[in-house]
Design a protein around this ligand. Sequence first.
Ligand code: GRF
Length: 202
Amino acid sequence: MRNIAVMVSGGGTNLQALIDAEKAGKIPHGKITLVVASNDSAYALERAENNGIETVVVKRKAYENQDAFDKAIVETLHAHNIDMVVLAGYLSILGETVIQAYRDRIINIHPSLIPSFCGKGFYGLKVHEAALARGVKVTGATVHLVNEIPDGGRILKQKAVYIEDGDTAETLQRRVMEQAEWILLPEACEDIAKQLDEGENK
Ligand code: GRF
């Protein structure tokens, strides 16, 4: 059984999907034991508290530089015996120190089919606005390992979602969440937890 930390910044619908999946027995090799938020107003914190999950807020601006912030993140994760990390709508940058400490043990959900509409500046609604502006007919979501390159790690899972006539960024975001993100993230989370449990992922 692996201890999972979920890192959040916003509404926490992906966190909720993970909580619901765990309750439904869909993450048998992992347990969400900590939620780390980048700010203290994230509704995701309420979702965690409502489900008896320990929470901690680590604010980037409370640290003088990226390295000090990274060290605080790693210390927090180690203090809670975390084995793997899930970024679920998390908006702070994690530097080299964190990536190294959890090499191939951090996964992220991105709301497009990487390599489209990803990298610096592509997050939240901006991703869907770019997809609509480009006029793509198909978008979707991607779960990938996190490395030093924003949205650059190995792709683990993807799921396509069709753009529909009249879509706005908001309606598209919702559909991508419902039809892709909330399905892929729990599946990928269990895959990595299982690999760690079985020692495949040394
Ligand atoms: C959403 O844009 C989602 O597509 C992306 O992060 C944002 C917030 O998600 N993954 P959440 O509701 O906080 O999980």
